[in-house]
Design a protein around this ligand. Structure first.
Ligand SMILES: *Cc1c(COP(=O)(O)O)cnc(C)c1O
Length: 375
């Protein structure tokens, strides 16, 4: 019997585990030298831009909205096809997420529809690189510039992805990255914000830890009600071990994705994601041909599980959640996001997978789907 294949699993090497043990023995386990080293490493990775880490990408984006002065009465344009963190932070800031449907090909925000959603209250655009496929940065920044809007890139899923040969996060306005265990690199939990100016960095670190500034003479001041967002050195040690291998991990993900494209039986009628070299292949998500199937997505997932294969759902269209329905969003408003939300499945994809694991998934797809396809 072969092992159960989950849809994702982090790869943590022994060297990283030993380094975590060293931190635990060192006498200093919260934010310290490892955090500084991780920030320096990330800054080098993102073209020399300043980077600061926190204990989640949600936190990084909460602080980013503070830096952009987004609050009551403001609107932020974003996508309904994302993890709810993207929009919850906007509501928590007292602002309104203004949703724009996705492009059915890329499944990212449809840039053709963004300008129509801009009002005098619009402060920023918050694009999401779903599954690691970057939003078109040229068009995005052209729109932002024309309308004088800030951009907060939710690059939680796209560390190491590229646009026009440049790494996502190495150019542009504020850019948030997640180190959740399911993402392409992890710190167990954690996130980071890539910024541009010293002023942004100064303000960010105040919001990160209680609004406090410490002075060289040992005194301190507190001039804003900052929170408790700092990352520990234990987590940063994990991140340093991961960052070293991020490009290798992403290259392996791309290989596995290519194998899926090669081996998935096209007669099953699955709608495959765009075959892009810009993606970091955070996820591999076909859409099920539900209209042509005699079982539901839930039943499909159960049958794949019986075949030893884990399948995830990322994500239901978020405007149909209670919190968003309460704000006036309804079924039918974003048909492309609703279609993807109802039919998407995330197949196993993580750097520790073997080629044969992809073969197994493709064989299971055929075993499960062939008998339930109509006609
Ligand atoms: C994972 C994720 C987040 C949140 O990241 P955390 O580190 O869990 O806070 C935000 N947006 C998107 C698109 C994500 O995938």
């Amino acid at each position: 019997m072969t092992d159960f294949l989950p849809f994702t699993r982090p790869t943590i090497d022994e060297e990283t585990i030993a380094d975590v043990a060293n931190v635990l023995r060192s006498g200093w386990i919260t934010s310290g030298p490892k955090v500084q080293a991780l920030e320096a490493g990330l800054s080098a990775y993102f073209g020399g831009r300043p980077v600061r880490v926190v204990n989640s990408a949600t936190g990084a984006m909460e602080i980013a909205l503070r830096l952009m002065n987004i609050g009551a009465g403001d609107e932020v344009i974003t996508t309904p096809m994302t993890w709810v963190a993207t929009t919850n932070i906007i509501i928590n800031a007292g602002a309104m997420p203004v949703l724009v449907d996705i492009d059915p090909r890329t499944r990212n925000i449809d840039l053709d529809k963004v300008e129509a959603a801009i009002t005098p209250r619009t402060k920023a655009i918050l694009p999401v690189d779903l599954a690691g496929l970057p939003v078109d940065r040229d068009r995005l920044y052209a729109i932002a510039k024309k309308h004088n809007l800030r951009v907060l890139e939710d690059a939680a899923q796209s560390q190491g992805a590229t646009w026009g040969g440049q790494r996502v996060g190495s150019f542009g306005d504020l850019c948030s990255i997640s180190f959740h265990p399911n993402k392409n690199m992890t710190t167990t939990e954690g996130g980071a914000l890539v910024m541009n100016t010293d002023e942004e960095v100064r303000e960010f670190v105040k919001w990160r830890l209680q609004g406090v500034t410490r002075f060289p003479d040992g005194t301190m001041d507190c001039d804003l009600p900052g929170g408790k967002y700092n990352l520990t050195d234990v987590s940063a040690a994990v991140g340093l071990g991961q960052l070293k291998r991020l490009d290798e991990f992403n290259a392996r993900r791309a290989e596995l994705a290519r194998r899926y494209f090669k081996l998935i039986d096209r007669d099953l009628g699955l709608e495959l994601p765009p075959e892009s070299d810009d993606s970091n292949w955070h996820m591999f998500q076909p859409l099920l041909p539900l209209k042509n199937m005699s079982i539901s997505r839930g039943e499909f997932i159960d049958r794949m599980k019986d075949q030893g294969i884990g399948v995830g759902i990322h994500y239901p269209a978020l405007h149909l959640f209670t919190l968003y329905r309460e704000r006036g969003y309804k079924e039918g408003m974003y048909p492309h996001a609703e279609h993807v939300g109802a039919s998407t499945v995330s197949l196993p994809l993580f750097p520790g997978m073997k080629d044969e694991d992809v073969d197994r998934v493709c064989a299971a797809l055929t075993t499960v789907l062939k008998p339930v396809l109509k006609r």
